[in-house]
Design a protein around this ligand. Structure first.
Ligand code: SF4
Length: 131
């Protein structure tokens, strides 16, 4: 092995070492990018969940009692109000005490049951229409 060969080998090893350092540094940089990418993927899955929450939005739900007082909720419960009548011929929209909503497809009201009332709902105070 000549002196020139030794120099070439040393030079090669030095360069290889530098490349190795560059690769290590680069992979650290890439792993830092991966972390950032992972974060944005989490954000995307979060927005996907919100889209899933929109499913079934077409169904009319008149069970929200969040705006009512405790005694109003108790009145609602004691009259056994339900969104879906168990008696097909007796529904809120053919009850004398029903108050129609401002527009079709929305919850109505009732003179005895506080809160939103489903047109196809029912309670124990159902009364036949006059006339
Ligand atoms: Fe519906 Fe009962 Fe009110 Fe009649 S009294 S509209 S059945 S909640």
């Amino acid at each position: 092995m000549s002196e020139d060969d030794k120099l070439d080998r040393r030079e090669f090893l030095q360069r290889a070492g530098m490349i190795g350092a560059a690769v290590v540094g680069g992979s650290q940089f890439l792993s830092a990018c991966d972390k950032g990418g992972g974060g944005s993927q989490k954000g995307q899955s979060g927005s996907g969940g919100q889209q899933g929450g929109g499913e079934g939005a077409g169904e009319l739900d008149c069970t929200d009692t969040s705006g009512l007082s405790e005694s109003e909720i108790k009145t609602r419960e004691s009259l056994k109000y339900v969104d879906e009548t168990p008696k097909p011929d007796k529904t809120c929209d053919n009850c004398r005490l029903y108050e129609k909503p401002e527009s079709e497809g929305k919850c109505g009201g009732c003179t005895v049951v506080p809160g939103p009332v489903h047109p196809k709902g029912y309670c124990n105070s159902w009364q036949k229409m006059k006339g």
